[in-house]
Design a protein. Structure first.
Length: 224
């Protein structure tokens, strides 16, 4: 499957040039022209994001902070700013790289390809995780306890994956819902309670260990 790029820049001419270049290179391209639109387009689950810093209403640094609450894909800032404090702040909010304008398209393409290769290696190296008597294979989307396979729906597995790759981190219902279902989906966070209940029932049939812990008044966390 072709990798998906989200391009975010308020300069439509630059977006058009990048979109044409990356589509010619075989990528799927999604575009946004301001910060709020970028957050809306996150439901497309991009593999990498090219994000302009200087935009009206919501700048790229703020957008990056919001994205990092939900996704870990590479984020490359497009910017004319080259001062060290700006770079430090960008990295502190979750950026992976800086591309200084004006940039060479072939160099930009090479940077994007390098980050995607690194991301692919990271996922390849960590497709299996072991928790107590449970094994999760993220590549195959399979969960087993003491060798017995557990049948999970797509959304149930997505919830297990989100919590288990962030053990100990507390997720409230709204954040889980937005991450799994997307910002534009109809429904509400009560759906999470029902899915968690079903997951726990399937786990408890094979293990006494409580893998998903309720943090009362806050949300849920993975207890591996």
């Amino acid at each position: 499957m072709n990798k998906k790029i989200l391009l975010v820049d308020d300069e439509k001419g630059i977006v058009a040039i990048m979109k044409n270049y990356f589509e010619m290179s075989g990528y799927q391209v999604v575009t946004a022209y301001n910060g709020q639109e970028a957050l809306t387009k996150m439901s497309c689950s991009p593999d990498i994001i090219l994000l302009d810093i200087t935009m009206p209403d919501m700048d790229g640094l703020t957008v990056c902070e919001h994205i990092r609450e939900h996704m870990s894909c590479p984020i490359l800032f497009l910017t004319a700013r080259i001062e060290t404090p700006d770079k430090i702040r960008g990295f502190s909010v979750g950026a992976d790289d800086y591309i200084v304008k004006p940039f060479d398209l072939d160099e930009l393409g090479a940077r994007v390809a390098a980050h995607l290769r690194r991301e692919n290696r990271k996922h390849t190296q960590s497709t299996l995780r072991f928790f107590q008597n449970m094994v999760i294979d993220y590549a195959k989307r399979e969960v087993s306890i003491d060798g017995a396979a557990i049948s999970l729906s797509k959304k149930e597995f997505d919830i297990v994956a989100l919590l288990s790759v962030n053990p100990g981190q507390v997720f409230d219902r709204e954040r889980i819902y937005e991450t799994i279902w997307g910002l534009e989906s109809d429904g509400n966070s009560d759906t999470i309670m029902e899915h968690i209940r079903k997951i726990r029932a399937k786990f408890s049939a094979l293990s006494l260990h409580s893998y998903i812990e309720t943090v009362w008044g806050v949300g849920y966390k993975w207890n591996g």
